[in-house]
Structure formats: C-alpha cells, structure tokens
Design a protein around this ligand. Structure first.
Ligand code: PHE
Ligand code: CO
Length: 296
C-alpha cells in the first residue's frame, strides 16, 4: 500500500489556503508513531474530563458504546463494527478536506470521511482544518444515534441536489451544517448542552459556548440559520439551539429546499453576531431557558 499523504493548508501568496484531496485510503494504523498516539491520549483525556454535564447525554453514551478510549488512536475498522450495527454508517479514510460534491456523495451513501492523520504536538490547542481527533471524537458518536444518522444522510442528499442550484444555495446549505453538525447546541431538561462536533472537540469552545455571556444563543429556525454568516477562525458569535434531534430532522428533511433557495436569493445575509427582533433567545444562568416574549 502506498503511504497516504497528509494534506493540509498551504501558504501561498494569497495567504493560507485549504487544499482538497479526493482519494479514499486505508487507515495506515501500523505507521502511527508513539507521539501521535500520545497526542490522541492527551486530547481524549482532556475532552472526556470536561464533557460530562456539558455534552448531550447521547454523545457521552455513544462515545462509550463505540469503545473509543485514551489508550491509542482507534482503528476505523473496530469503530465500523459498532457503527454498521447501530445505524449502517461506516467510516472511510481520507487525506484531508474533500471537494464539496464528493463530501456530499459520501454522506448520502452513509459513508463518513475521516482524516487519517492527527495534529502535530504544536497544533494541540488549535488546528485550522479537521484532523483525526476532530473527525473521530467530534463526529462519530452521534452517527450512532438513529435520528441524527438519518439527518446526516439526508443532508448529503440535499447537498448533491443543492450543487445544481448554484453557489449561493450551496453557501446557505453549508451554513446549516456549520450551525448544526459543527456548532449546534441542544436544550435538554437538564439544561443547555453541546452536540456540535466543532465544539465537543475543542476545550476552549466547549466552555465558551455554554458558559460565556458573550455569544448569542438563538432558537433554531431554518431560514434564519441559512442566512447567517459564520467565522472559521474564532469562537462563534452565535449558536443555534435545537430542542431535540427530531426537531432538527423535521425542520430540514421534510421541506423541499428548492423554493427556499429561491426565496433566500432575494434576502441579504445576516452578520454572524446580529440578533433579530424575531429571534427566540435562550437564556443562561439562574433563569435558564427560553426567554418569554418581551423578556429581552
Ligand atoms: N430537504 C432538503 C432538500 O429538499 C434536504 C436536506 C435534508 C437538507 C436535511 C439539509 C438537511 O433539499
Ligand atoms: Co467537522
């Protein structure tokens, strides 16, 4: 087998740009070095310690059910045995970011692409693109949840369709992924919890998203989300809060997006940090919960 490449951002005269790779590769598990298993162990231990009571229970339970632990970088094949049995999803190894349409096609076929390589020790706290830790620890637990698993497949199918509607529609659909799969929050009977993989795989953002007074926490609304810009290089200014995975599923899978893309074409995008009069605001602290009308 040829050694897979490690495809990362490249510094060009335009600054740092993402590089795309399409190959599906076998995980070169035997070639991981001690320092790489150690990076996995340290990241795994750090996140596992802060997530109970912060991540939603489905995430914590499924992390255990998958048999991931701090011991060593997991083998995709071992995780796949659990995943296939639970929801029919499987992990495939990739070298880095995929072109959009390729990514959508994999999701639509219940294949989740996982970057085979893990960040270097000097990237421990921050890396600008998904690596093995983000992809496995962040994304795979919720693929064990049947409703979330169906949502992800439908998202992929929607992406394949959106590719025929043009760049503006694709950008709107990407915002939906960003504010749900990557940075979503969920209101539970026990309080606000994290489910987005970009948050659960980051120590700083796990605490910030729930505990900082700075960001907006706004009730999920499909077109509101699809109009909202986002930043990829700092913590989010706004998080969208769902009441459960069923709500997310019905709000996105049921409607035909074709008329929604047409309607949105006439509307301006909303800056990342803006709150609208029509937003339903989730309040933290002692009066935790949805703000009543006129409360904000
Ligand atoms: N219902 C969407 C469509 O008609 C597809 C979709 C499902 C998009 C789930 C996002 C999430 O295109
Ligand atoms: Co991700």
């Amino acid at each position: 087998m040829q050694t897979p490449r490690r495809v990362e951002h490249q510094l060009t005269d335009k600054g740092s740009v993402p590089v795309y790779a399409t190959a599906v590769i076998e995980q070169p598990w035997a070639s991981y070095e001690a320092v790489e298993h150690d990076t996995w162990r340290r990241l795994f231990e750090r996140q596992s310690a802060i997530l109970p009571g912060r991540a939603c229970q489905e995430f914590v339970d499924n992390l255990n059910a998958l048999g991931m632990d701090a011991e060593a970088i997991p083998k995709f094949e071992a995780l796949n045995r659990h995943l296939r049995a639970a929801t029919g999803w499987e992990l495939i190894g990739v070298e880095g970011l995929l072109p959009e349409l390729t990514f959508f096609e994999h999701l639509a076929a219940r294949r989740f692409p996982v970057t085979w390589w893990i960040r270097r020790p000097e990237q421990f706290d921050y890396i600008s693109e998904p690596d093995l830790f983000h992809d496995l620890f962040g994304h795979v637990p919720l693929l064990m949840n049947p409703v979330f698993a169906d949502y992800m497949q439908a998202y992929g199918a929607g992406g394949v369709r959106a590719s025929t509607f043009g760049d503006a529609s694709l950008a709107e659909l990407t915002r939906l992924y960003w504010y749900t799969v990557e940075f979503g929050l969920i209101a539970t009977d026990d309080g606000l919890r994290i489910y987005g993989s970009g948050i659960v795989s980051s120590k700083g953002e796990s605490i910030y998203a729930l505990e900082s007074p700075s960001p907006n926490r706004i009730g999920f609304d499909l077109t509101r989300v699809m109009r909202t810009r986002y930043r990829i290089d700092t913590f989010q200014k706004t998080y969208f809060v769902i009441d459960g995975f069923e709500q997310l599923f019905h709000a996105t899978v049921d409607p035909d997006f074709a008329p929604i893309y047409r309607e949105l074409a006439a509307q301006p995008a909303i800056p990342a940090g803006q709150v609208l009069a029509t937003d339903r605001v989730y309040q933290r602290g002692s009066g935790q919960g949805w703000a009543a009308d006129g409360d904000v």
